[in-house]
Design a protein around this ligand. Structure first.
Ligand SMILES: O=C(O)[C@@H](CO)OP(=O)(O)O
Ligand SMILES: [Mn+2]
Ligand SMILES: [Mn+2]
Length: 556
């Protein structure tokens, strides 16, 4: 039975019932064609032919800044906001913006979450912050952390401990020293005003605490031991010492992969373990990489690793990270309410869906796509298929699981059991984040081969496809000066860019099932990822919901 609020009318031009393929090329922007654009330099005949072979069915759309609900157009896009927009058909004010608003209008410090946290320090508990320390704006921002620290001090908090995860992925490698230096300064300032604030522990975001989609629980366990128990092989008298000395010992170490460390007093005792009665605030607004640590703090029954000690603390997220699990149960800011997602509409109209990626992006095409819900929309109509990612540095095996994803999705298309096959290829993004240009070219080639397999399957089935991306990354692998020239070190070596880019992303449609007269409209020059949703709902033979931003299709 179709829930009437979600009923969709038939599209007047595009027939229903053709198998439909949607591909997200993660981290694949349309950018300047130069030697640092891995896509341009790689052999990608299939994806390049989409643009050259059918120019009326290829265009770019915005994937960053306000077009995807971020605070400003200086913000690069990311997977969360990109997949939220593509899944939901509208621009959603995202976590970063909601936190900014609450800090600006003061509602941060009057809400239920803040009041709940306050009880703890009013009773002598320590306030702990855990999170990614940078101003990358993808998972967190230092200015928001500092505002919370000062807010707490203004509200009577006398003891703050910060557990820092160094970045180097949304910001240049090596910048962790700068962010830790800034935080040290703020701590010093707070101390001079009577609030004992210190950095207590830390580690690199890809090695400590911030695992996602249960790819490797060891990452979270290392964080737990350092932050909660004060237990790590590396102990230093300050976080700055930790970063500089660990790097001296191992010059190849990068910010993303710092081992866990604990800051200790002169006598070797940790400056800030997490104890009964304390309050822990996770400063990340983005969910995927803090769901596991949130479970470790929140769940009484927990067997992912041995916590050794499970302190009775108040635990809060910057946001609630999982709407289905209600995790965590306490949070500072209510997450964006993402209702009326494409999945809700399509399931209500009987569309049988196969969603697939490898672990690193599995939640992107399911959880983020469905408006940050960890469950399925329909057990009868949907199959979610995860291919386990390898736990390695991805420039060592840049093909990742592209072939396996293509194989699984191809079988789904050919089986006739699905109307809609949705996949994400991780390579351009995950290898792009390593800053390794040569490996990233190989990554692009693996994606291109995967896309070819899938387009062939669509051809065979008389289907329709839409191929797009969530934000840029592999399209520019060099840090740039203001002039656009690549930035070089003293030896002339180009500084690698490990982050996403601000580039728009391509979108291409095609397939034998697509009527000849369907093309992209010449309107909507400012279209963004949210416009994809109405577009693919049309491609499946339905008119899009009125609440969605417009479809990009036009008809001759
Ligand atoms: O790895 C991640 O967490 C982010 C970058 O911080 O990348 P993406 O948005 O592509 O998942
Ligand atoms: Mn992405
Ligand atoms: Mn990324």
């Amino acid at each position: 039975m179709v829930a009437s609020e979600y009923q969709l009318e038939a599209h007047p031009v595009i027939p229903k019932g053709k198998p439909f393929l949607l591909v997200v090329l993660d981290g694949w922007g349309e950018n300047k064609e130069d030697e640092f654009n891995a896509i341009y330099k790689a052999e990608c005949p299939t994806i390049k032919s989409l643009k050259e072979g059918a120019p009326r069915r290829w265009r770019t759309i915005k994937a960053h800044g306000t077009a995807v609900g971020l605070p400003s157009d200086a913000d690069m896009g990311n997977s969360e906001v990109g997949h939220n927009a593509m899944g939901a058909g509208k621009i959603i004010q995202q976590g970063a913006s909601l936190v900014d608003n609450a800090l600006e209008d003061g509602s941060m410090f009057t809400g239920a979450g803040w009041n709940f946290a306050k009880e703890s320090w009013a009773n002598g508990g320590t306030l702990h912050f855990i999170g990614l320390l940078s101003d990358g704006g993808v998972h967190s921002r230092t200015d928001q952390l500092f505002a919370l620290m000062y807010g707490a001090s203004d509200h009577g908090c006398k003891r703050i401990r910060v557990h820092v995860l160094t970045d180097g992925r949304d910001v240049p490698d090596g910048s962790s020293i700068k962010y830790v230096g800034q935080l040290e300064k703020e701590c010093e300032n707070l101390r001079s005003h009577g609030c004992d604030a210190k950095i207590a522990s830390g580690g690199g975001r890809m090695y400590v605490t911030m695992d996602r989609y249960e790819a490797d629980w060891n990452i979270v366990e290392r964080g737990w031991r350092a932050h909660v128990l004060g237990d790590a092989p590396n102990k230093f008298e300050s976080a700055l010492d930790a970063l500089t000395k660990l790097k001296e010992e191992n010059p190849k170490l990068n910010d993303q992969f710092y081992p866990p460390f604990v800051v200790v007093e002169k006598d070797g005792s940790p400056v800030g373990t997490i104890e009964d009665g304390d309050v822990v605030v996770n400063i990340n607004f983005r969910a995927d990489r803090v769901i596991q640590i949130s479970k470790a703090f929140e769940y009484e029954n927990f067997d992912a690793f041995d916590r050794v000690r499970w302190p009775k603390v108040k635990y809060l997220g910057m946001m609630q990270y999982d709407g289905d699990l209600k995790l965590p149960s306490n949070y500072l800011i209510a997450p964006p309410l993402i209702e009326g997602t494409s999945g809700q509409y399509l399931c209500a109209n009987g569309v049988r869906t196969f969603a697939c990626s490898e672990t690193q992006k599995f939640g992107h095409v399911t959880f983020f796509w469905n408006g940050n819900r960890s469950g399925k929309i329909s057990d009868e109509l949907e199959v979610y298929h995860e291919i386990p990612s390898d736990n390695i540095q991805f420039n060592e095996a840049p093909h990742m699981k592209a072939a396996e994803i293509a194989k699984a999705a191809r079988e789904a298309l050919l089986s006739g059991k699905f109307d809609y096959v949705r996949v994400n290829f991780a390579n351009g993004d995950m290898v792009g984040h390593t800053g390794d240009l040569e490996a990233t070219k190989r990554a692009c080639e693996a994606v291109d081969q995967g896309v070819k397999v899938l387009i062939d399957a669509v051809e065979q089935m008389g289907g329709i496809y839409l191929i797009t991306a969530d934000h840029g990354n592999c399209d520019d692998m060099a840090q740039r000066k203001k002039t656009g020239e690549p930035l070089r070190d003293e030896t002339g070596k180009v500084a690698p860019l490990t982050s996403h880019t601000l580039a728009p992303v391509p979108v291409a449609i095609g397939g034998p099932g697509l009527p000849e007269n369907v093309k992209f409209s010449d309107n909507f020059p400012k279209a963004g990822l949210a416009n994809i949703t109405a577009t693919y709902i049309n491609l499946m033979g339905f008119q899009a919901p009125e609440s969605y931003v417009p479809s990009l299709l036009a008809f001759d």
